[in-house]
Design a protein around this ligand. Structure first.
Ligand SMILES: Nc1ncnc2c1ncn2[C@@H]1O[C@H](COP(=O)(O)OP(=O)(O)OP(=O)(O)O)[C@@H](O)[C@H]1O
Ligand SMILES: [Mg+2]
Length: 229
């Protein structure tokens, strides 16, 4: 079986410039259902830009991104936002939790946005905090927890809606190595449990070691590693 034919998410020949800067210059990538894919490469090579295009946050100047066979750029803004809310989860380096909400409310938020009732959303959120081993911070606000705890809350929030793809841009970039390893272990274990694919941007080989496959971004292009399954 050729894995190229069964990609869940695909970028084809993406170009994107910011003024004179070519961030993406014919970038193509395949993400398969359930795989953990690490995007490596030097600073400024286009990793975050590619991730934002894959997630439908940025629209490329040319080229195509398809999710489950649907062309993201052919969708309305409302449909694309709905897709992001229901099929995608996000973990960034820091600052993505809502400071005014408790950690439990932060994790419950995506479910509430998807229309779940308050009690049901909070019950699921509590389960996810437990799974990420941060049940004890449920009632605290993000400003009152450690960096490692905050990232585990962010992972719980990214996975609570059972997305098909989790985008993680340097999720351990602000953590020490022990906390980084814990977050990666919990993130990849939870993703494997739920069948979510993970697109992980990292500079660290130790973090990339949690992936099934690595691709290297350089000068706005992707050198995808061939692999046998
Ligand atoms: N909003 C923006 N406006 C202008 N230039 C941008 C913008 N975002 C990215 N760039 C430029 O596009 C190029 C690719 O940036 P990108 O953030 O994708 O790199 P990266 O690989 O994620 O780097 P890092 O590892 O440092 O996070 C860089 O030259 C960057 O300066
Ligand atoms: Mg980046």
């Amino acid at each position: 079986m050729n894995p190229r034919n069964e990609a869940l998410l695909a970028a084809d020949d993406l170009h994107l410039s910011f003024g004179p800067t070519r961030a993406l210059n014919s970038a193509s990538l395949r993400v398969h259902a359930g795989e953990v894919l690490a995007l490596m490469g030097p600073s400024g090579s286009g990793k975050s830009t590619l991730l934002h295009c894959l997630a439908g946050i940025l629209t490329p100047d040319s080229g195509r991104v398809t999710f489950a066979g649907r062309d993201l750029s052919a969708m309305s803004d409302a449909d694309r936002s709905a897709l992001r809310r229901t099929e995608f989860g996000f973990v960034f380096q820091f600052g993505q939790l809502v400071p005014e909400l408790t950690c439990l409310e932060n994790v419950a938020l995506p479910l509430r946005l998807a229309g779940a009732g308050r009690r049901e959303a909070q019950r699921d959120a509590a389960e996810w905090l437990d799974r990420l081993q941060v049940a004890d911070v449920a009632g605290k606000r993000p400003g009152q927890v450690s960096g490692g705890q905050g990232q585990r809350v962010a992972v719980a929030r990214a996975l609570v809606t059972r997305p098909r793809v989790v985008f993680a841009d340097e999720p351990t970039g602000a953590l020490d190595s022990l906390n980084g390893e814990q977050v990666m272990h919990l993130l990849t274990a939870a993703a494997r449990d739920t069948g979510a694919a993970v697109v992980l941007v990292t500079h660290e080989a130790r973090v990339a070691a949690y992936s099934d496959r690595e691709a290297v971004v350089r000068d706005g292009q992707v050198r995808e590693q061939e692999y046998a399954r």
